[in-house]
Design a protein around this ligand. Structure first.
Ligand code: DP6
Length: 325
């Protein structure tokens, strides 16, 4: 009753921000992302009838109580599907450092869901794994798939899951994550989703999301970088406008964040195809076609407040690991 799995994080081009139902994690709008190869979480789950409680070791240390609670909650769902009560030992490692603006909850809960289902001998198709991963962390529903992925909005648990739009080798893009601040964020995404409706701008963001989703989906399928750039930046700015105008407001940007955004726009005006997008943190993701990766890297490294860059490319789906892995 032991299995290991690996999953990659993802960067959203059309963002998930706000829920129709917080407990079920039914999102207020659909979202589109790219799975980030090169960065990953590996998780081992072992169900053991002799254990009296779940345990969770994260990056070599006992995980915080709140993280263990979230893991146990996801294991409860899987235990009820499998029809047994056994507690589990969970061990998880991230290949990327915490606090770099890469959401480890997406890769973490995708890997946990896939490993726990395999350990429980539940054979679920990817769509069902995606629905299940969604319950633990919305963005984890997208990390079940590789490449370019869309997560559907729905008013029921059955209807809200992610699907692949195009595989990883469809488009050679590079994502440079410009790390400008490595401190843990004060307000995490789960809390942020609950604040979204307090912003007077959230309604406008939600009611106009369908158009951005269509444009972004088409741009990915036809490899139209300029259109992807336009809608991804717009959508990121709209999400941050909602964050900044919620009650209490969430301000994630730092001075260097704004410098990077300006530099990216300037590069674009000089003819270099590149755009930025930001999650719930200060570290911009800067995306460009692979053949422009070095020019963008050099430009970002010249900005004094950029501490370091992480590189990612389109990656594969979450997968069960064999002994050999
Ligand atoms: C800003 O999936 O981390 O990265 O469901 O509470 O775990 P929970 O939230 P999470 O939210 C991600 C928010 C985002 C945008 C996105 O990835 O779509």
């Amino acid at each position: 009753m032991k299995s290991s799995a690996a999953a990659h994080p993802n960067i959203a081009f059309i963002k998930y921000w706000g829920n129709l139902d917080h407990d079920l994690r039914l999102p207020a709008n659909g979202s589109i992302s790219m799975t980030l190869g090169g960065l990953q979480t590996r998780t081992t789950v072992e169900f053991d009838p002799d254990l009296s409680q779940d345990s969770f070791i994260l990056d070599g240390a006992q995980a915080a109580q709140e993280s263990l609670r979230r893991v146990s909650q996801q294991l409860d769902l899987i235990r009820s599907l499998a029809g047994f009560p056994y507690k589990a030992r969970v061990q998880s490692e991230n290949s990327f450092p915490a606090g770099t603006g890469i959401a480890s909850s997406a890769s973490g809960f995708a890997a946990l869901t896939v490993a726990a289902c395999a350990a429980a001998e539940l054979e679920l198709p990817p769509k069902e794994l995606s629905r299940l991963a969604r319950r633990a962390s919305g963005s984890a529903s997208r990390s079940i798939f590789g490449g370019f992925v869309e997560w559907h909005k729905a008013s029921t648990d059955e209807g809200s899951y992610a699907e692949q739009l195009a595989p990883a080798d469809h488009w050679s893009l590079v994502d440079w994550v410009a790390v400008v601040d490595e401190e843990e964020k004060e307000v995490g995404s789960s809390q942020g989703h609950r604040l979204a409706d307090t912003s007077p701008l959230q309604e406008a963001r939600i009611s106009s999301a369908a158009g951005r989703l269509t444009a972004t989906r088409q741009a990915i399928l036809s490899q139209d970088f300029a259109t992807l750039a336009r809608f991804a930046e717009l959508d990121s700015d709209m999400m941050h406008a909602v964050m900044m105008t919620s009650n209490p407001p969430l301000h994630y940007w730092r001075p260097t964040t704004v410098e990077v955004m300006q530099r990216i726009r300037r590069l674009r005006s000089q003819g270099i195809p590149v755009f930025y997008t930001l999650d719930a943190g200060p570290n911009p993701h800067c995306l460009c076609p692979e053949d422009r990766a070095e020019i963008v890297q050099e430009a970002l490294l010249k900005i004094p407040g950029v501490r370091r860059l992480l590189r990612a490319e389109p990656g594969g789906p979450a997968r069960v690991l064999s002994e050999a892995d």
